[in-house]
Write a protein that binds this ligand. Structure first.
Ligand code: SF4
Length: 369
């Protein structure tokens, strides 16, 4: 396992950068031009994890590649498989940091949820990763290596091809834009995954949303809203103080106006905190203009809070109220609970909690109204 950044990492370079670097490399060694295409094919089509696998290259050329380039691959620290088919990899990075990715099969899709940072600095109060704090950014190569590792594992275990990738694992992807945007480009232009099958999930990092609005590709955006007003939202998501809702809504309008780009909203259902009918009405008013889906996510309990998921009755009533207000709401079935598949939970098992979180009484009163 190597991730030194002194050498260019073929897992992390944009496909066109990789081609150019390989073409130059082989030209400098007096090798025919087709060698670069051979390596590109090993990387993107045959998913080679090491230069030694590239068996149609002479050994001297494989050795030279190893001298000049890296090819980041991740070590599996732990693999957990849920009774519902969800599989979670805990990956160990070269410096010992741990990150997670989750494979979620349905009858028509195989979705991979990947991490963009080791830990997360956003400190959302309902999230296991938020309680662990921030360690570091992932490189583009480390992000793509999750996809490559999970894709190979899925093929070996009869799950078929990954059809969708969502950046909903550990970290806030739009706080690591350089690496995440490079990874988006590689997934789309290198590995051939359609842009509409790739979703970036954000808690509302406005500059990143505006950058995505300007991209020609129609990547999807999932906005972790979780509260429809500033007061409650800043209790759950501290970055609300930096990018308050009106600014976020403006950025979403720009994203929407770019055309063909799809927004979904994520909304965590916490009993007595986010699930009142009054909040459903506010949420409907806020999201109506985007004609977007609202995914209602039953809160996945973590040791750091005493919060509980909404009861099925409150969930149904909330969803029905949204539907009555013309909003398409979808209750996301929790997946992989027996393997702690919610963001950050597998790693969180080894960390200390900060004690139960207290929501302020003002926000609680408003939430309960
Ligand atoms: S919900 Fe996302 S942004 Fe918030 S702390 Fe967790 S990983 Fe970070």
């Amino acid at each position: 396992m190597r991730t030194t950044h002194a050498k260019p990492d073929l897992a992390g370079l944009l496909p066109e950068q990789g081609r150019t670097a390989l073409t130059k490399h082989f030209a400098s060694r007096g090798q025919p031009a087709y060698r670069a295409e051979q390596v590109v094919s090993w990387l993107y089509d045959r998913l080679a994890f090491s230069f030694d696998e590239m068996s149609n290259l002479p050994k001297a050329e494989r050795d030279a590649l190893r001298e000049c380039f890296d090819l980041t691959a991740l070590e599996t620290a732990r693999l957990s498989r849920s009774s519902d088919g969800t599989s979670k990899h805990l990956w160990k990075l070269a410096d010992g940091e741990l990150i997670e990715s989750v494979l979620i099969p349905t009858s028509t899709r195989l979705t991979l949820c990947i991490s963009s940072q080791a830990g997360c600095a956003m400190a959302c109060t309902f999230c296991a990763t938020g309680w662990m704090g921030y360690q570091r950014q992932l490189s583009a190569g480390e992000i793509i290596a999750q996809y490559r590792g999970a894709r190979a594992w899925a093929a070996d275990n009869g799950l078929g091809e990954i059809t969708n990738v969502v950046f909903m694992g550990m970290g806030e992807p739009l706080m690591n834009r350089k690496a995440v945007f490079a990874a988006l480009h590689s997934l789309n232009h290198g590995y051939g995954l359609g842009a509409r099958r790739i979703t970036v999930s954000t808690v509302g990092v406005v500059p990143g949303i505006l950058e995505m609005a300007r991209m020609p590709e129609q990547y999807r955006l999932a906005v972790s809203l979780h509260a429809p007003n500033h007061e409650l939202r800043q209790e759950l998501i501290p970055i609300e103080k930096k990018y308050p809702l009106p600014e976020l809504v403006e950025a979403l309008r720009a994203f929407d106006a770019a055309g063909g780009k799809r927004i979904t909203f994520e909304y965590v259902m916490i009993d007595g905190v986010t699930d009142s009918i009054a909040l459903a009405d506010e949420l409907a008013r806020l999201t109506r203009e985007f004609h977007a889906f609202v995914n209602l996510i039953p809160f996945n309990p973590i040791p750091e809070t005493e919060w509980r998921p909404s009861t099925p009755e409150r969930l149904r009533a909330f969803a029905a109220r949204l539907e009555a207000r013309g909003i398409s709401a979808f209750v996301r079935a929790p997946r992989g609970r027996d393997i702690a598949a919610a963001c950050g939970q597998l790693k969180a098992e080894a960390t200390h909690g900060r004690g139960p979180v207290q929501i302020t009484s003002r926000a609680r009163e408003k939430a309960a109204s």
